[in-house]
Design a protein around this ligand. Structure first.
Ligand code: GYE
Length: 389
């Protein structure tokens, strides 16, 4: 870590200059004593002068060694880079790929970082192991994107005991506050946005009855909990029926599998499908195509999705997904700000929220509000798609 090494070098340099000063004084004293000794012709004074000179030489050598050691440290162990361990969820979605790339781009060697990246493949135990291995490595900072929201206090306490600041990215940790900062999205708001949009859109279309099927994300992930709770809050208030909610694990394969079974179990009974991310929606569309279910604006089934990645927005533009609620994965620059604040000794905000947009085509753009706050929707155009992650 740059800061520590610089400190060591500075103090070593200070010790050296002090010793240099002392060396001059001690040498003078030694010389005086030696002269006196010669004058008085006593062996004792000569010995004292020799001892003093030897001590000065010894101390100066020790200081030089310290400087050399610190310089070697700077050159060898981490090259003065800030070391970071990042325990990433996995590689389940387009969103995740963008999140990983964002972190790898920002925390590059060229930017002054030494990043240890672990793809935890959606395995909670592997994620805790990754964090513990970062503690063993003695990294400067640990970034965690928690696969699930609970079960964190023990390992976060271990980080705290080791004096390593933890920054949480994306999903939240709900049962421990032993982290410095969290940077991510408001998943509850995203879920409510989908519900409030559906209410306004259904009204505009003259649809009075909603029978929804939800394909949820990985169970226990805060992104799943927030989106489920937010949508359900509006559904309950409006008296809609949620026919079923099963997890597609945020993957395309999972979305397809769940939708295949929904198409059989709820044939002709549903008019809304809510997928908690775009990849699930891609799978659900394949399943509906295979089952002969028509979806998208102008068809029986309204398909709602989250994330709004490039491919998701392409499906909005193609008239397949009726509305897509963004979750912004490009959080790494904000995490870097947190780290730079910590480096500078200032206290970062405990929570940093990402900005996001709600996307649709013009006919599906409706006015709605969330908890009294009016929302603006963004029309999906080619330029919007080109600028998306
Ligand atoms: O929506 C999904 C990903 O945690 C917000 O995880 C993230 C979610 C995102 O797999 O695509």
């Amino acid at each position: 870590m740059k800061k520590k090494l610089l400190g060591t070098l500075l103090s070593a340099a200070m010790v050296m200059s002090l010793l240099a000063g002392c060396g001059g004084a001690a040498a003078d004293t030694a010389a005086d004593t030696a002269t006196a000794a010669v004058e008085e012709a006593t062996d004792t004074a000569a010995d004292a002068a020799e001892d003093a000179a030897a001590e000065v030489v010894e101390d100066t050598e020790a200081a030089a060694d310290a400087v050399e050691e610190a310089a070697a440290d700077a050159g060898s162990s981490d090259g003065g880079l800030i070391s970071i361990g990042f325990a990433q969820v996995g590689h389940e979605s387009d969103w995740r790929t963008a999140s990983t790339k964002s972190c790898q781009d920002v925390f590059s060697e060229a930017n002054g970082y030494d990043l240890s990246f672990v793809d935890c493949d959606n395995d909670e135990a592997a994620q805790k192991e990754a964090v513990r291995s970062f503690i063993e490595q003695g990294v400067d900072y640990i970034i965690i994107d928690p696969i699930i929201a609970t079960g964190w206090d023990t390992v976060l306490t271990e980080c705290e005991d080791a004096g390593i600041p933890v920054i949480v990215i994306d999903r939240t940790i709900d049962d421990s506050d032993k982290y410095v900062s969290w940077v991510g999205s408001n998943f509850l708001t995203e879920g409510k946005a989908a519900g409030e949009w559906l209410k306004a859109y259904a009204e505009k279309q003259g649809i009075s009855e909603i029978n929804a099927l939800v394909i949820s994300g990985s169970t226990g992930a805060s992104a799943q909990i927030g989106r489920s709770d937010g949508f359900k809050e509006i559904a309950d208030r409006e008296g809609w029926t949620i026919l079923d909610e099963q997890t597609g694990d945020f993957t395309e394969a999972g979305g397809q599998e769940v939708m295949e079974s929904y198409c059989k179990s709820y044939e002709g009974k549903f008019n809304v499908v809510v997928c908690q991310n775009d990849n699930e929606a891609f799978g659900a569309m394949t399943a509906m195509d295979n089952a002969g279910v028509a979806y998208g604006p102008g068809n029986d089934v309204i398909l709602i999705s989250f994330d709004a990645c490039t491919a998701g927005l392409e499906d909005v533009k193609a008239g397949k997904i009726s509305a897509d609620f963004e979750c912004n994965p490009l959080a790494a620059p904000f995490v870097e700000q947190v780290i730079q604040q910590l480096q500078a000794g200032t206290t970062p905000d405990k929570e940093v929220y990402m900005e996001e947009h709600w996307y649709a085509l013009p006919d599906q753009i409706v006015d709605f509000s969330i908890d009294g706050a009016a929302q603006t929707m963004t029309e999906v155009t080619d330029d919007v798609i080109a600028a998306q992650y």
